[in-house]
Ligand binder design. Structure first.
Ligand SMILES: Cc1cc2nc3c(=O)[nH]c(=O)nc-3n(C[C@H](O)[C@H](O)[C@H](O)COP(=O)(O)OP(=O)(O)OC[C@H]3O[C@@H](n4cnc5c(N)ncnc54)[C@H](O)[C@@H]3O)c2cc1C
Length: 391
């Protein structure tokens, strides 16, 4: 249960928004922003400001209590008003999901060693699940996992390859999934470790997450047994706990980014004239902005609905699947319209609109591609249909 009333959350969200607009937006053209995300010095500088302003890790209260999911939605959306906001405020992926998972399942010792430093914004973490396609590893289908772990006295030894691991370069806390005889296992791992080698940081369409996304080789990594999360074989069940809130938090942050892109496109369309009038007065442009307004509200309502389901104590696997598909597809359309409304400026780096477009394109893939969610929803629809037949 959250300790903040809803009006206190609105006040917190207003402070977050003010901070992002006043302090973080000016960093959007900082030269330390590279193709693989903001440099560590920029991350530290922005987090220092967030700490001073009392808005660092705003969704976790002192003592470790999380805001409810509906409250988190309000705060994380505002943190997303700049693509750099989530990194500055420590509400970013994968750390937000990792902190959530550790808060739920880590032992007190694991929390004091790995979680506290993350909540304090002093460290970054990475979640190692996906494996390279050319090695026929786990991607959309986690049951294809090839990374193994085996017991060796008081340790486990992990071997395998992982890919697209966000933030692995520069992370000090890793959560690694590997397969044992008992089934999938999750381990907390101290990084860097020579046995966890970053083969390369991939060049991807997006560029907002520190450390980028890495191809990693894990070679005879020794992990003390007390750094396993849960029991041997419980890895997939534990990952389920992280799944829905993490999916939903992407929707929250990228909704914020699209709200801002829409503001920028609206400003452009109202100021810029063509054929004797403001662009917005041309029906083709006005309708695009009207469609944005409608879909921004639909996305917000769907997030709020799913957050309510999670707050009711449900895993929300189906609801978060539906929300992830609907919101990521809507945000893609919104960002695309923003680019179109702004003509050449829309595809230039002069505003964040093109960056938001690139970011939400990647969001249609991670945390489950649209088609995989629809496929699993279709399976459920068929199961429900079968169950509804008279016996
Ligand atoms: C920017 C980014 C960040 C990421 N960060 C992380 C991270 O931090 N940690 C991590 O472990 N992973 C991460 N990932 C990996 C991500 O989770 C995978 O890319 C995703 O699960 C899809 O796996 P894949 O890329 O192997 O696609 P594949 O499994 O090869 O699938 C390719 C395509 O096939 C289609 N498809 C697959 N199955 C079905 C089906 N049943 N029905 C219909 N169509 C289907 C879909 O269109 C899908 O896009 C990240 C990915 C990206 C792009």
């Amino acid at each position: 249960m959250s300790e903040l009333t809803d009006s206190q959350v609105v006040e917190l969200a207003d402070r977050v928004e003010h901070f992002v607009r006043a302090e973080i937006v000016p960093y959007e053209h900082d030269p330390r922003l590279g193709a693989h995300g903001p440099a560590e010095s920029l991350v530290r500088e922005m987090r220092g400001k967030a700490r001073d302003a009392g808005v660092l890790t705003p969704h976790i209260l002192p003592g470790g209590t999380h805001l409810s999911q509906r409250q988190t939605a309000i705060v994380l959306q505002r943190s997303g008003l700049s693509p750099l906001g989530p990194t500055a405020l420590n509400t970013m992926a994968p750390d937000e999901g990792n902190m959530y998972l550790l808060g739920k399942v880590a032992t007190p010792e694991q929390k004091s060693r790995f979680l506290e430093t993350l909540v304090a914004g002093d460290a970054r973490s990475a979640f190692f699940m996906t494996e390279p396609a050319d090695l026929e590893g786990a991607g959309s289908d986690p049951s294809m996992m090839k990374t193994t772990c085996r017991r060796d006295g008081n340790h486990w030894i992990i071997d395998g390859h992982k890919t697209f691991i966000t933030g692995a370069d520069g992370a000090t806390v890793g959560i690694v999934m590997a397969k044992a005889e008992e089934g999938a296992c999750l381990f907390l791992v101290d990084l860097p470790d020579p046995a966890v080698r970053i083969e390369r940081v991939l060049d991807t369409i997006d560029s907002s997450m520190p450390g980028g996304h890495s191809l990693v080789r894990i070679d005879e990594l020794r992990v003390p047994a007390d750094q396993m999360l849960g029991d041997p074989g419980s890895g997939f069940a534990l990952a389920q706990i992280r799944l829905s809130p993490a999916r939903l938090s992407h929707c929250m942050r990228w909704l914020g980014a699209c709200v801002r892109a829409h503001e920028i496109a609206t400003d452009y369309a109202c100021r810029r004239h063509a054929f004797g009038k403001a662009l917005i007065d041309h029906e083709g442009v006005g309708f695009m902005l009207a469609e944005n307004k409608i879909e921004l509200k639909q996305a917000e309502l769907m997030i709020d609905w799913c957050a309510g389901v999670l707050d009711g104590g449900n895993l929300g696997t189906v609801e978060s699947s539906m929300t992830k598909v609907a919101v990521s597809e809507m945000l893609m359309r919104i960002a695309d319209r923003c680019v179109q409304v702004m003509g050449g400026t829309g595809v230039s780096g002069d505003t964040i609109v093109e960056r938001v477009f690139r970011e939400v394109r990647a969001f249609r893939i991670y945390d489950g591609p649209t088609e995989v969610h629809k496929w699993s929803l279709a399976k459920k629809i068929k199961r429900d249909w079968s169950a509804s037949l008279p016996s």
